[in-house]
Design a protein around this ligand. Structure first.
Ligand code: NAD
Ligand code: UFG
Length: 346
């Protein structure tokens, strides 16, 4: 069984990917410092998979320790999720983002070089990196293909761009590196068991967790940011992708890197956009709960519409998303209604 190390594996996307990798015959190892996740996730992963998943608790910024972890587990591949992801916080505290995101990626890459040399390995483990559609900035048109120009509108997005460039430089310097850059669109939903899901601390910044918390009664109403966008109903349109589809995309990326030579950059999206109001209505329909909302001003930095052209992922990875908006809402609702306070009260 090939081992796969998941940095940030206790987080939202990492935990779902761990379950999916295990179901596909890999041996996931979770590495996390729990700066934005809860240790109870590990119990939930054991409940879902029927076994204790190996955990390495520590910080990716600690290169020496990380290199020892790599030598211990000899992973065939690494998926690098670990990092901070709140856009607004990155504007207020840019150094936190440059340090943890860019510093974390540098630390991981150095640990990979170190372990490869010390372990006498033929080449470093394959590497999958969590990038984001944020690297497209304000796209000139939709759907977005991978060769669209990249830009950034906040320090968080800047870190993703810099890390993509660092990886490209390393691949150019050492062709034994195999890297898959995955640009996620809008991950939502939860594992169908309702045992793991998205658990933001404080008021959610993102639409789906906010809608879920309104439906469960934790917040009185949703603020809809803008009703005058040039979209069919005036509200923002995004490419929401079920986190289990996204997780399957990681498994496909790992397989592809292990089986086919070369590196790649792909969009992970559905190729379909949904407006804020469509999401609200779908959520009300599947949950049977009202989701009161009020229109407010546009949120600074938001784009009108953003969705992927997922053709390259289909061609290169043989992957495409299969779950629709109702399933995303139903699974988000199962998680939220069974864990109204997230992991904290669990
Ligand atoms: P998350 O915060 O739930 O998971 C990140 C995990 O990394 C957390 O468990 C956190 O404790 C851990 N972590 C952070 N810094 C660490 C460090 N220095 N050492 C060890 N562990 C550390 O976030 P997520 O939504 O699962 O996102 C995972 C990745 O995907 C991130 O890189 C994020 O930028 C990227 N991404 C997320 C989205 C999204 O909408 N969720 C969209 C595009 C890209
Ligand atoms: N929205 C609301 N009310 C809310 C929250 C969001 O109306 O309370 C709207 C937004 O204006 C937008 C849509 O819902 O039209 C989706 O907003 P999200 O915050 O859920 O997602 P974004 O597309 O704005 O941002 C996400 C990630 C970012 C990433 C970006 C591009 O959260 O990290 O996608 O990939 F940078």
């Amino acid at each position: 069984m090939s081992s796969v190390l998941l940095t940030g594996g206790a987080g939202y996307i990492g935990s779902h990917t761990a379950v999916t990798l295990q179901a596909d015959g890999f041996e996931p190892v979770v590495l996390d410092n729990f700066s934005n996740s809860h240790p109870l996730v590990m119990d939930r992963l054991a409940q879902i998979t029927g076994r204790d998943m190996p955990l390495e608790q520590g910080d990716v910024l600690d290169t020496g320790w990380l290199s020892q972890v790599l030598l211990r587990h000899r992973p065939a591949a690494i998926v690098h999720f670990a990092g901070d992801k709140a856009v607004g916080e990155s504007v207020a505290q840019p150094l936190k983002y440059f340090h943890n995101n860019i510093g974390g990626a540098v630390s991981l890459m150095r640990a990979m070089v170190q372990a490869t040399a010390e372990g006498g390995w033929e080449r470093p483990p394959a590497l999958v990196f969590s990038s984001s559609a944020t690297v497209y900035g304000d796209p000139a048109s939709v759907p977005i293909t991978e060769d669209f120009p990249r830009s950034h509108t906040n320090p968080y997005g800047h870190t993703k761009l810099v890390i993509e460039d660092m990886l490209a430089a390393q691949i150019a310097a050492d062709p034994s590196w195999r890297v898959g850059v995955l640009r996620y669109f809008n991950p939502v939903g939860a594992h169908p068991s309702g045992l793991i899901g998205e658990d933001p601390e404080g008021p959610p910044n993102n639409l789906m967790p906010y809608v879920s918390q309104v439906a469960v009664g934790r917040r009185p109403f949703l603020q809809v940011y803008g009703s005058d966008y040039p979209t069919p109903d005036g509200t923002g349109v995004r490419d929401y992708i079920h986190v289990m589809d996204l997780a399957a995309g990681h498994v496909a990326a790992v397989r592809s890197l292990l089986q086919t030579p070369g590196s790649f950059t792909v969009n992970l999206g559905t190729g379909r956009g949904h407006s804020v109001l469509e999401v609200v209505r779908a959520f009300e329909r599947v949950s049977g709960r009202p989701v009161p909302f009020r229109f407010t001003d546009r949120r600074a930095g938001d784009v009108a519409q953003c969705w992927a052209d997922p053709t390259r992922a289909r061609q290169r990875l043989g992957w495409c998303a299969t779950r629709g908006l109702d399933e995303m809402c139903a699974d988000a609702w199962r998680w939220q209604s069974r864990n109204p306070q997230g992991y904290r009260a669990g």
